[in-house]
Design a protein around this ligand. Structure first.
Ligand SMILES: Nc1ncnc2c1ncn2[C@@H]1O[C@H](COP(=O)(O)OP(=O)(O)OP(=O)(O)O)[C@@H](O)[C@H]1O
Length: 233
């Protein structure tokens, strides 16, 4: 007999609206967005500049609050949590990858991955060391652990950022234009790596992008235009 287990979505957004400002300067950045993202999805979030992608990423990671509508992370309502509670959820369950890598320039590759793990306080130093080395190796940088970010190419820096985002085994990785600052070939290699991680570890990815390569290879493409969800397939 087979047992069907309905897993809860990692994230549910329900009727999300976000307005900035007031009066004449009011901007409706998001308008009634509802979206469920399941475990293991590799989702590309697309749309023209100013369409609301960053606003949506900030809301689903609890960095910003919606004007109305609810955000559930693993069925936990984020709306009324304190900054401290939201920060704890981010530290434990979310990983972030940025367009400009956001590595700490004075730290070498190993420490860029290792320090966030120990600072989070969820795992001990030996385990953090083992995990940092494992993920640095899995992004192909085992020979570069002692290099500083300035001694690496853009693609290598993004690989360090990917190792850092994965090392605490997050439920969800949010990537904001991860290939936006890389040439086409390097961007393709980073995309290959993200897809490999998604397939092998099952990490859930939400990736905001203008890249047609990334859009073509994503399992699901969500498109927003002027704050309205216009495509989801
Ligand atoms: N803090 C803010 N205050 C006022 N308006 C804002 C603020 N942040 C974003 N906006 C406006 O909200 C809308 C959506 O912006 P957002 O940054 O989410 O777009 P985006 O799709 O991420 O754009 P890009 O691809 O250029 O990064 C835009 O009209 C923007 O000007």
């Amino acid at each position: 007999m087979s047992v069907i287990i309905n897993e809860l979505p990692v994230i549910s957004l329900n009727n999300i609206c976000k307005c900035y400002g007031a009066g004449d300067s009011k901007v409706d950045a998001l308008n009634n967005i509802s979206l469920e993202i399941d475990k293991g999805e590799f989702l590309a979030l697309c749309g023209p500049s100013g369409s609301g992608k960053s606003t949506l990423l900030n809301i689903l990671s609890g960095i910003d609050k919606p004007t109305s509508g609810s955000v559930l992370f693993s069925n936990k309502l984020l709306n009324n949590l304190s900054e401290e509670q939201l920060s704890a959820i981010r530290g434990k369950h979310l990983g972030f990858i940025f367009q400009f890598f956001n590595l700490i320039p004075v730290l070498n590759v190993f420490d860029n991955v290792y320090f966030p793990l120990v600072l989070n306080g969820y795992i001990d130093k030996n385990e953090a060391k083992a995990r940092a080395l494992h993920f640095i190796d899995s992004v192909g940088l085992a020979a570069f652990t002692r290099r500083k970010p300035t001694e690496l190419s853009g693609g290598q820096q993004q690989r360090v950022a990917i190792a850092r985002a994965l090392a605490h085994n997050p439920q969800l990785v949010i990537a904001d234009e991860p290939t936006g600052n890389l040439d086409l070939g390097t961007g393709e290699a980073i995309l290959d790596l993200l897809l490999k991680i998604n397939q092998e570890i099952g990490t859930t990815f939400i990736i905001s992008t203008h890249s047609s390569q990334l859009k073509a290879r994503a399992q699901r493409v969500v498109e927003i235009k002027d704050g309205v969800l216009v495509h989801d397939a």
